[in-house]
Design a protein around this ligand. Structure first.
Ligand SMILES: Cc1cc2nc3c(=O)[nH]c(=O)nc-3n(C[C@H](O)[C@H](O)[C@H](O)COP(=O)(O)OP(=O)(O)OC[C@H]3O[C@@H](n4cnc5c(N)ncnc54)[C@H](O)[C@@H]3O)c2cc1C
Length: 395
């Protein structure tokens, strides 16, 4: 972004410079997870998290709350693209993400964050897609992943939805309230003898370095640190042009209905992972997707909703989910995600300044990947290289 002379309050020379060991830009799941792992590695580190809005105002506070393994395509396609051994490694990495979330954050707090481990379903509306799902299931089972096949009768009985010819269940997936998850993380980060400091409503507009010190300027403050982490995901190319052909801002739209009695066994994907729906423990049903209908309009930084996609979401709801016919839609919104060129996240540092680290490009799977990616980034900061498929150097 650019900032005018008038808006730049940091220009007043009497302003105190805030010094920290690490300055993290971005208050979403990636930024808070990075703060968590850096503190885990070295509790004495001083850390500031800078966020242009409030914590959770980006994609993390606007998503559907699926914590799913893998990436944006069926497993057979991951195998075709990456080969068997790398596809398995990527899947296991995301399985580990959930284990780490459980072990370090969620245990004992499940109710507080509406954490549910009901697995997730991929539903096929054509025989062609069902054939792919069966192929995906065979590959996954041979790689030790727990998957179950569903015929039409199972879908009706267990999910109470119509218009699908078959599906599979990924038994180990989960779901969560993403804002409650951020609040839980923040509480942990602000506790203890050397708490992480949060600076909300501080948009970073300038990064520079003088000798070994990194300088980060927001409209309100100037910060100095030994290292900077950009956890700005979709917005990263607005800070540094390095990200322009690596992380693409991509909009996702959602709606949610009024509460209905609980009827679904677990969260569902449909149409080659493009569309998705789930019922919250409190009864509301959230439906998202249909980006494919307006591919060009869904690229960019705007978080408006559009009539075309919102109508498609509503039509989907009436067509496939009898329990929702005649029910009210209470909220509609969108958010901007960071998609990477090959669908896998990026962890690395800027070639022009190795003390500026980053993570992003979670391609609609930040809840399923970011906590583990942040652990990998923290290890990189302490000298250990990430796996090749995750390293930004692959581009
Ligand atoms: C509609 C929708 C549904 C989704 N559903 C799911 C789902 O069910 N499961 C799943 O795993 N993923 C889902 N995603 C994707 C998921 O939300 C993202 O992958 C994840 O939130 C990325 O986290 P992040 O911390 O990298 O980015 P963000 O949450 O976007 O955080 C980046 C932060 O950086 C801040 N920022 C940017 N520029 C600056 C600056 N210059 N100065 C200061 N701060 C700055 C932003 O305000 C933002 O808060 C969905 C996304 C959307 C939009």
């Amino acid at each position: 972004m650019s900032v005018s002379f008038w808006q730049d309050l940091s220009k007043y020379k009497n302003q105190k410079i805030i010094s920290k060991d690490v300055i993290i830009v971005g208050g979403g799941i990636a930024g808070l997870s990075t703060a968590f792992w850096l503190k885990h590695e070295d509790p004495s580190l001083s850390i500031a998290v800078l966020e242009k809005g409030a914590v959770g105002s980006g994609a993390t506070g606007r998503n559907a709350g699926f914590i799913t393994c893998g990436s944006v395509e069926h497993y057979n396609r991951m195998v075709e693209k990456h080969g068997e051994s790398q596809a398995k490694e990527i899947w296991k990495f995301s399985e580990e993400n959930l284990k780490l979330l459980n072990e370090y954050l969620l245990k004992g707090h499940e109710g507080e964050v509406s954490f549910q481990t009901q697995g997730s379903f991929s539903l096929a509306s054509t025989n062609e897609e069902f054939k792919e799902l069966k192929r995906a299931k065979a590959l996954m089972s041979s790689h030790g992943v727990s998957v179950e096949t569903l015929e039409v009768v199972d879908i009706k009985k267990r999910l109470h939805v119509e218009g699908f010819v078959g599906g599979i269940k990924y038994c180990d997936d989960a779901s969560i309230d993403p804002i409650a998850l951020l609040s839980l993380m923040r509480k942990k980060l602000e506790a203890g003898p050397s708490p992480v400091e949060f600076y909300e409503h501080n948009e970073v507009f300038e990064l520079s370095s003088k000798s070994d010190t990194q300088v980060v300027v927001t409209q309100a403050h100037t910060f100095e640190g030994q290292a900077v982490v950009l956890a700005t995901n979709a917005y990263s190319s607005l800070i540094d042009s390095y990200f322009e052909n690596k992380i693409y801002p991509t909009r996702g739209q959602i709606l949610i209905t009024e509460k209905v009695p609980l009827f679904m066994e677990g969260p569902c994907y449909a149409n080659f992972v493009l569309d998705y729906f789930r019922q919250l423990p409190t009864g509301e049903v959230i439906i998202g997707g249909f980006r494919q209908l307006q591919k060009d309009a869904e690229v960019g930084f705007s978080d408006q909703t559009t009539f075309v996609i919102q109508k498609a979401l509503e039509d989907f709801l009436h067509l496939h989910i009898p329990h929702l016919r005649g029910k009210k839609v209470t909220h509609r919104w969108s958010g901007v995600m960071g998609f990477s060129a090959d669908g896998q996240p990026l962890v690395g540092s800027l070639p022009t300044n190795p003390q500026v680290y980053f993570l992003g490009g979670f391609t609609a799977h930040g809840l399923g990947l970011a906590f583990h990616c942040a652990k990998t980034l923290s290890q990189l900061i302490f000298g250990q290289s990430p796996p090749q498929w995750l390293s930004a150097r692959r581009f």
